[in-house]
Design a protein around this ligand. Structure first.
Ligand code: UDP
Ligand code: MG
Length: 140
């Protein structure tokens, strides 16, 4: 995946609160194009692997339980400067610290249940996109 792509998930709280449409609208309005997308429920194994970098953090098992508690929407998004612009669009991890008008300010429940994931680097965007999608599932 090239540097103009990022990876996102609408997390279980966002799906549960019926915010898939609202969040995808914000993503489209911000100029991102969807290159791949699917609704799926992560297995414990998949969630542990996806969040492996946080394995030593105190919230890790809680995070894995939450991320497997219901379906998520996974997507690969394209735009110039995708990773940084998407992090700006979603806002801070803790919605109480997120800029007004960001996805997390509008739709996140808490620092843990914060509605969306966004990759933090081009390298991780590529790894995370490939974790969820095969080449045939990504449109050209
Ligand atoms: N998280 C949590 N408690 C914390 C920090 C993070 O439950 O104190 C969860 C939260 O869902 C967050 C995810 O772990 O989105 C990954 O944390 P990270 O620091 O990478 O935040 P993000 O990149 O998602 O803003
Ligand atoms: Mg992160």
């Amino acid at each position: 995946m090239s540097g103009n792509r990022t990876f996102t998930m609408i997390k279980p709280d966002g799906v549960e609160a019926n915010n898939i449409g609202n969040i995808l609208q914000m993503i489209s309005d911000a100029g991102f194009t969807i290159k791949a997308m699917k609704l799926k429920t992560l297995t414990t194994e998949q969630a542990k692997k996806f969040y492996e970098v946080h394995a030593e953090r105190p919230f890790y098992m809680e995070l894995v339980e939450y991320m497997t508690s219901g379906p998520i929407v996974a997507a690969i998004l394209e735009k110039d400067n995708a990773v940084a612009d998407f992090r700006t669009l979603i806002g801070a991890t803790d919605p109480s610290e997120a800029e007004a008008g960001t996805i997390r300010a509008k739709y996140a429940e808490s620092k843990a249940k914060n509605a969306v994931h966004g990759s933090d680097s081009d390298e991780n965007a590529a790894i995370e996109g490939a974790f969820h999608f095969s080449d045939e599932e990504i449109v050209g």
